[in-house]
Design a protein around this ligand. Structure first.
Ligand code: SAH
Length: 215
């Protein structure tokens, strides 16, 4: 099977059939060649219904999880988005299609450098990448219309809420190290925020000042 066919099948059987409705999210996932974000030896598995290892004990998220998290951000194409946990760069690429500008942060240098190369090769010039602890956010570029954290946090980092614009959405897995709940935080005009639960999930650890301690 070629990669285009595999990608179409992935979108139909894993994403549309599970209830993702946002047409722009579906189109972005049809567009981005996910197999380029994993090791060549694993390219044939890139469209399977599961996360995959990307080195450094990290993973590229399951396609459905990427679609769900992206849909929860409610992007229209004009937003400034922050992603914490660049990993392979795949999620950043999907966001780059759906938002105006993407700022993505990764704490592991070799992953960040690899992601940068793939993003550049696809001509996704609206992605800014920084190697640093994302639990502190990206102060100089705040506020953000949307923030996506793709690693599991012990609690909602207040620093990230502070960097959300009014009406901005923060999507983040929160819980212990074995299982989390994906939550959406929406910042209100008075600075307070609402928290809605989505589904249960299991992500690698968010490590940093306002996350878990490194091992
Ligand atoms: N979004 C990625 C998947 C990320 S896996 C993709 O599409 O491939 C989670 C990533 O978060 C890992 O690469 C991990 O190194 C990174 N991470 C964990 N804590 C972090 C922190 N405090 N700041 C930035 N990146 C972090």
């Amino acid at each position: 099977m070629n990669f285009d066919t595999a990608r179409k099948r992935m979108v139909e059987s894993q994403i549309i059939s599970r209830g993702i409705r946002d047409r722009s999210v579906i189109e972005a996932m049809l567009k981005i060649p996910r197999h380029l974000f994993v090791e060549e030896a694993m390219a044939a598995q890139a469209y399977n219904d599961n996360p995959l290892p990307i080195g450094e004990k990290q993973t590229i998220s399951q396609p459905y999880m990427v679609a769900l998290m992206t849909e929860l951000l409610q992007l229209k194409g004009v937003e400034k988005v922050l992603e914490i946990g660049t990993g392979s760069g795949y999620q950043a690429a999907v966001l780059a299609v759906l938002a105006d500008r993407v700022y993505t942060m990764e704490r592991i240098r070799p992953l960040a450098l690899k992601a940068r190369k793939v993003l550049d090769s696809l001509g996704l010039l609206n992605v800014n990448l920084r190697i640093d602890d994302g639990t502190c956010g990206w102060e100089e570029e705040a506020p953000f219309d949307a923030i996506l954290v793709t690693a599991g946090a012990p609690e909602i980092p207040e620093k990230l809420v502070a960097q959300l614009a009014i009406g901005g959405r923060l999507v983040i897995p929160v819980g212990d190290q074995l299982s989390q709940v994906l939550v959406r935080v929406v910042k209100q005009a008075d600075g307070t925020y609402t928290v809605e639960d989505s589904i249960g999930c299991r992500f690698v650890k968010l490590i940093g000042k306002y996350g878990w301690e490194a091992e």
